[in-house]
Design a protein around this ligand. Structure first.
Ligand code: KG4
Ligand code: ZN
Length: 343
């Protein structure tokens, strides 16, 4: 079964073809980051228009790369939410239109489901059940994943997401948008132990997170320090260490409370090198294994949506019902409330 995956929830147009027999056939991504960085953040209207410009050429590109025709596609999966409504509508409408003309089913996928299943694109891939740490620009959650569609929320951020905290702190340090990767690069020049920032909610006794206070602590530090290139790097390192410590400790606590020994890390912040080092070291010391998506599948991409669609279609064990041409998107959508509209 060949699934075309379409991701347009934010500022990346991601398209992929996934074959349930052969795995990922091809994928392509167009990032709008350059366009939005001029404004210091994503401009929703510009994002929607840019998805319109790139989505069809990217679909042609993945078909060409995989040496497939439109007629070879058995089903479609598109991101139904959460995300920017206008951006989601581009992917959903193209998905529904293709489904209508090709007379194949289309499935709306929850963006976070895509992220948390993305390590299954790599080998070795984790067996169910596992704990997933979802750390993206919009979400920070610990989930217990017992199977496809069986997700239990164990804890989440009560304010900013980890990626959001990276982006806001990067902005305070004069780095561009999105700042996570740039901050992490700057932190490599930082001197350990120069500054210590609080590790919010480290000992809260639950699996929730809070990152907005950390950003404020960085601002206070910047205001009272004599700033230069080295101090900026020192602060970046202290910030990164605080976030990584909290994410690592809470992930280990989740593993132990669920009595599981497999941890999956997904979402853009999962690309962070220090986080990977700490998690792997700490998890290994308690006999647990950590699974990461390949770096290119940490941030938004079409492959994770195609894969989630394939697993959903396989779990339902049916491929019937071509689209009537109708579709919906959900800008706000809890993963625990996933309703799947097979069209
Ligand atoms: O998953 P994603 O591509 O988009 C959302 O669904 O939000 O995640 C984007 C987030 C941004 O906040 C970005 O700054 C962060 O992931 N990010 C990083 C790194 N690479 C991307 N944060 C820390 N370290 C990185 N290396
Ligand atoms: Zn994402």
């Amino acid at each position: 079964m060949i699934i075309l995956g379409i991701e347009t929830s934010c500022d990346e147009t991601g398209i992929a073809l996934y074959d349930t027999e052969r795995g990922l056939l091809s994928h392509a991504l167009y990032s709008q980051i350059k366009m939005h960085s001029e404004y210091g953040g994503v401009v929703p209207e510009l994002a929607s228009r840019d998805h319109i410009r790139h989505i069809l050429p990217l679909i042609k590109q993945v078909l060409h790369q995989a040496q497939c025709q439109l007629a070879d596609i058995d089903a479609l999966a598109y991101t139904q939410g959460p995300g920017l409504a206008g951006a989601l509508l581009v992917g959903a409408s193209i998905g529904a239109a293709l489904s209508f003309v090709l007379k194949i089913p289309a499935l709306g996928i929850h963006h976070l489901e895509g992220h948390l299943l993305s390590p299954l694109l790599s080998t070795p891939s984790p067996q169910f059940p596992f704990i997933a740490l979802l750390v993206s620009g919009g979400h920070t959650q610990l989930m217990q994943v017992d199977g496809v569609g069986q997700y239990q929320l164990l804890g989440e951020t009560v304010d900013d997401a980890a990626g959001e905290a990276f982006d806001k702190t990067a902005k305070l340090l004069g780095l561009g948008y999105p700042g996570g990767a740039a901050l992490s690069k700057l932190a490599e020049q930082g001197r350990p132990g120069q500054f210590r920032l609080p590790c919010p909610m480290l000992n809260s006794g639950d699996l929730n997170f809070s990152f907005s206070g950390l950003k404020t602590a960085v601002l206070t530090l910047i205001n009272k320090s004599e700033m230069n290139a080295q101090v900026r790097a020192d602060i970046a390192l202290a910030f990164q260490e605080a976030v990584v410590t909290v994410l690592t400790e809470k992930s280990l606590a989740a593993l132990s409370s669920a009595d599981l020994d497999r941890l999956v890390v997904a979402g853009g912040v999962g690309a962070n090198r220090l986080l990977r080092q700490h998690l792997t070291k700490k998890a290994t010391s308690i006999g647990a294994t950590v699974f990461y998506p390949q770096l290119e599948f940490c941030t938004d991409n079409g492959a994770m949506i195609a894969l989630a669609g394939a697993l959903r279609f396989q779990a339902a064990n049916k491929l019937d019902g071509a689209s009537t041409g109708s579709f919906t998107v959900q800008a706000r959508w809890e993963l625990s409330q996933t309703i799947h509209n097979e069209q």
